[in-house]
Design a protein around this ligand. Structure first.
Ligand SMILES: Nc1nc2c(ncn2[C@@H]2O[C@H](COP(=O)(O)OP(=O)(O)OP(=O)(O)O)[C@@H](O)[C@H]2O)c(=O)[nH]1
Ligand SMILES: [Mg+2]
Ligand SMILES: [Zn+2]
Length: 312
């Protein structure tokens, strides 16, 4: 039987079969995705083949079907192993907030770089706009402008006032959508607003002050009544890049990708070379300085190219 992993606790998996049944399943033996060391070889969104166990109610995952894509991260730059957030995603929505809790642009940039690397379309949802003050909105205008001119769609939402909930619903329709972001930005609350039939657990007001507290503990995929699926995920604190080559980073900034073919040297790092079209675009304001600085920061990250591969 074939099915899709809709929930993963690490030790067991809920698999939805074609007929819509949910079968609690375990992994048969030890699974390894070829070449890469992850804490979870099977992720929500994975297509799997299962066989029914001896009890007739639980399943055994015997095979992982080929993936269209997946998004993977390290919990910190220093961590040895990587974690697959989800697989087979049509749209990654990064839920962020300027307040309670604030998401940094470094975090946003790393997430977007990873989504680009795995060819997953990404958008940014600025949630909790009901608590932003005047200065926050001035900052939001500028931040949105940076990402929109890079080519990313941005949404401003509030679970409280329901502002623009319909707009993201339209964006999500008929797709397998991923909600990711730091803990407490309102991923689960947004999903409850988008799909009122769901009653996902959401955090207490101010729970983000308690370090390490995550309300959502396991990633889970839910069907959307207007078509498509949504994957809710536990909040993450850091987004460490996995297996990037330095030369690859510039390509993962869409606005840099637009200019880099005009550089004089085809191996231009866009740092010290003469006649660099990227640096000219930064000087002209066509590439925002903060995004270029983020590129430099990622490029100079000593942990970027650390060997994480495990050959079998
Ligand atoms: N004022 C306001 N509060 C919100 C909004 N969205 C979510 N919240 C609150 O923020 C807190 C955290 O929301 P959650 O949905 O649990 O956050 P989460 O991103 O799912 O957190 P994790 O599951 O830990 O990753 C809750 O108290 C929500 O009620 C919003 O738009 N405005
Ligand atoms: Mg949650
Ligand atoms: Zn260049």
């Amino acid at each position: 039987m074939e099915g899709i992993v809709v929930k993963s606790t690490g030790s067991w998996f809920a698999v939805r079969t074609k007929s819509g049944d949910i079968i609690k399943s375990k992994l048969k033996g030890k699974f390894r995705i070829k070449g890469i060391k992850t804490t979870n070889p099977v992720a929500v969104g994975d297509g799997v083949r299962i066989s029914m166990g001896a009890d007739g109610t639980t399943g055994l995952i015997t095979e992982i079907l080929p993936r269209h894509n997946h998004i993977i991260r390290k919990s910190t730059n220093l961590s040895k192993s990587s974690h697959i957030i989800a697989a087979n995603i049509d749209l990654a929505l990064l839920v962020v907030s300027l307040r309670e809790p604030k998401t940094t642009m470094g975090f946003i940039n790393r997430f977007l770089v990873s989504a680009e690397a795995y060819h997953i379309p990404a958008s940014i949802v600025f949630n909790k706009i009901d608590i932003y003050d005047g200065q926050d909105f001035i900052n939001l205008d500028e931040i949105e402008n940076i990402y929109m001119s890079a080519g990313y769609k941005c949404f401003r939402t509030s679970v409280l006032t329901k502002e623009n909930i319909n707009l993201i619903k339209m964006e999500m329709q008929d797709k397998t959508n991923l909600f990711s972001g730091i803990s407490g930005v309102g991923k689960s609350a947004l999903i409850n607003a988008i799909e009122p039939g769901l009653t996902l657990k959401t955090g207490q007001i101010s729970s983000y002050h308690l370090k390490g507290k995550h309300t959502t503990t396991f990633p889970e995929m839910h069907p959307l009544s207007f078509g498509g699926y949504i994957i809710d995920t536990p909040g993450i604190r850091e987004f460490g890049l996995v297996n990037f080559r330095k030369e690859e980073i510039a390509e993962r900034f869409p606005e840099m990708r637009r200019f880099m073919h005009q550089c004089q040297f085809n191996n231009c790092t866009h740092i010290h070379e003469p006649n660099c079209a990227v640096k000219e675009a930064v000087a002209n304001g066509d590439i925002h300085l903060s995004r270029y600085n983020s590129y430099l920061k990622i490029y100079n990250d000593d942990y970027l190219e650390k060997e994480e591969w495990e050959w079998e």
